[in-house]
Design a binder for this molecule. Structure first.
Ligand SMILES: [Zn+2]
Ligand SMILES: [Zn+2]
Ligand SMILES: [Zn+2]
Length: 196
């Protein structure tokens, strides 16, 4: 379906040179843009200007550094695959912030803080090096531990469960025994968190 023809009475004009002959709606003519067509009503350019249009709509992804074509120039920052990865890494932040706020606790962690922490721990559980599955509050929520950058580390669900309500700052000995990790590792985690 030709969206522009349906929504406007005059034939489409090239957005770059203004001609109306030989204009192709990008979502049909250019493979990289065809996949965007479901969420996009379509700019138009003549076949002579297509290359220029692509250059104007190419953005460098801030994560992987490759150029990708987007209609949201100036807004988009990441290519689709990187955006998917980024979103999956930070998706738990808003949930945990809300949880803290609902309990009247501090909730100052930004998504960018969390990305720094995930990178620091290599996207792994800070206790056992298993996969990152949950945001773990080093001082637990029951001890008024908020969702703050100086209190949150990545953990696997298992360690998170085993740790229970023990406080990583005040119950080191119990915690090291329960998790089977040395106290020095808990001190290292604490040192890292204290940098925030
Ligand atoms: Zn043109
Ligand atoms: Zn990318
Ligand atoms: Zn773990």
């Amino acid at each position: 379906m030709d969206i522009r023809r349906c929504s406007m009475n005059k034939p489409p004009e090239c957005d770059i040179c203004g001609r109306s002959e030989g204009v192709d709606l990008f979502c049909y003519g250019i493979p990289e843009l065809r996949k965007l067509s479901s969420s996009w009503y379509g700019d138009a350019a003549c076949t002579d200007c297509q290359q220029k249009w692509i250059e104007r709509h190419t953005v460098i992804c801030c994560d992987c550094g490759t150029g990708y074509v987007t209609v949201n120039v100036g807004v988009a920052r990441r290519c689709d695959p990187c955006a998917k990865i980024y979103n999956s890494r930070v998706s738990a932040v808003s949930t945990e912030k809300k949880r803290a706020k609902d309990k009247g606790l501090s909730s100052t962690m930004k998504r960018s803080d969390w990305v720094v922490t995930l990178d620091h721990f290599g996207n792994q559980c800070a206790y056992c090096s298993g996969p990152y599955e949950v945001i773990e509050h080093f001082s637990p929520v029951v001890n008024e531990g908020g969702t703050d950058p100086f209190n949150c580390i990545p953990a696997c669900s298992r360690c998170n469960r085993i740790k229970g309500t023990l406080d990583g700052r005040t119950q080191r000995e119990d915690l090291s025994e329960r998790l089977g990790i040395p106290i020095s590792q808990l001190l290292q985690i604490e040192d890292y968190l204290n940098q925030f």
